[in-house]
Design a protein around this ligand. Structure first.
Ligand code: CXF
Ligand code: ZN
Length: 382
């Protein structure tokens, strides 16, 4: 059995525009919630948007929405105490569904009204309270579960258990990168064996679409970017062709290579690449938009070809946590979506601010993770 959690923990707190590691009270889980001893937390662009003020979110806050860890406590009053237990190794989905709203009732966890209203706007859980507090007891917002910390409270609806053979640190990326690429490929894109796909933008999330599309049986996977190192990595991960959009017209080249793809993914959220992704489609093809755009950006799409060729444009944000995260974990267990392949850098919690600065400078190809174990090991030696 794991040792009981300490009274205080270290967390990276966003107060102004940088992350600072502070000692705060270890949170206590409520009913239907678990306390995780965090193993690792992924470094995602969405946190960076919050840090830069491009996404509005209350401060001070603990960011970090892609974690893995072990359950050290289950809140008193939990209805189901059998599915997940103390000691389980788990990954947490960044969309933490309330389980009771109308969207959750129809299995659309990706649209959970309470999660977006309470957590993403107010930085709390569904009862309107954060589980975190500043050292003086004042409000401290949690972005998803507030994963940039040694411990995190997570609603049980957001957790899935992991195969014993899976590396616990790298498994953290299943919760955002894995869940988002699963939703885009298997749900919105409905990629089926033999299909051809194009991925516009192979940064953090675009890269994870490659193994996910392979897992779905895609035969041809064309990766498009303007960064040579990202294209090289895309090839390593299984892209069957790459297109350097800085040197050639990506739409013409993708059409030349494939005759038009069944599914095109747009991972950048930019008007120009959004229109390009639609231009890459075969008749009857689907463009899956997963990149979040800056402000109220709008793309120009030619109407008649879309109508005449029966094409679709569909947005995809995350996936259905309760049904899809276990599928993502199963793909990881089978080796078809290996999180370790996607992780390119590791930082300690003390280096969290530097990790996001490196992400902002565009230096991270693939996914960086912040592991909590280094700090803990040093502590345990004292
Ligand atoms: C993100 C995933 C990558 C594309 C934009 C939305 N969701 C959570 O971080
Ligand atoms: Zn994310």
């Amino acid at each position: 059995m794991p040792t009981p959690p300490p009274a205080t923990m270290r967390a990276a707190i966003l107060a102004e525009d940088r992350l600072e590691v502070r000692e705060i009270a270890t949170p206590v889980p409520g009913p239907d919630e678990a306390l995780l001893r965090v193993s690792a937390c992924g470094v995602c662009h969405t946190d960076l948007h919050v840090m830069k003020g491009e996404v509005h979110f209350p401060r001070p806050a603990v960011l970090g929405h892609e974690v893995s860890g072990s359950i050290v406590a289950i809140g008193a009053g939990t209805a189901d105490t059998r599915t997940l237990r103390v000691g389980d190794r788990v990954a947490a989905g960044f969309i933490m569904p309330c389980g009771t709203c109308a969207q959750c009732a129809r299995d659309r966890d990706d649209l959970c009204t309470e999660f977006f209203r309470r957590n993403r706007l107010e930085g709390t859980l569904y009862d309107g309270r954060s589980r975190l507090a500043m050292p003086d007891g004042s409000f401290l917002a949690m972005y998803s579960m507030g994963g940039l910390a040694e411990y995190a409270v997570v609603p049980l609806t957001a957790l899935t258990s992991l195969d014993d053979d899976l590396d616990l640190d790298t498994a953290c990326i299943l919760g955002c990168s894995g869940l988002t690429s699963y939703g885009a490929v298997f749900r919105a894109g409905a990629v089926a064996p033999g299909m051809s796909v194009a991925i516009v933008g192979v940064g953090g999330i675009g890269t994870s679409l490659i193994p996910m599309a392979r897992a779905a049986g895609a035969e041809r996977i064309v990766a498009i970017d303007i960064a040579q190192e990202k294209l090289a990595r895309a090839k390593d991960l299984g892209a069957t062709a790459v297109v350097d959009a800085a040197r050639e017209d990506p739409v013409a080249r993708v059409r030349e290579l494939t005759g038009g793809v069944d599914v095109a993914f747009e991972a950048l959220g930019r008007p120009a690449t959004f229109a390009q992704a639609v231009g890459m489609l075969a008749d009857g093809g689907r463009m899956v938009a997963i990149g979040i755009a800056a402000g109220a950006a709008a793309a120009e799409i030619e109407i008649t070809p879309l109508v005449r060729r029966g094409q679709q444009i569909i947005g995809s944000f995350g996936a259905r946590t309760r049904t899809d995260l276990p599928q993502v974990a199963a793909l990881a267990a089978s080796g078809s979506f290996d999180p370790a392949d996607l992780v390119s850098r590791r930082y300690t919690l003390d280096e969290a601010d530097e990790a996001y600065r490196a992400l902002s400078r565009g230096e991270i190809t693939g996914r960086a993770i912040i592991t909590m174990s280094a700090a803990r090991a040093a502590e345990e030696q004292q």
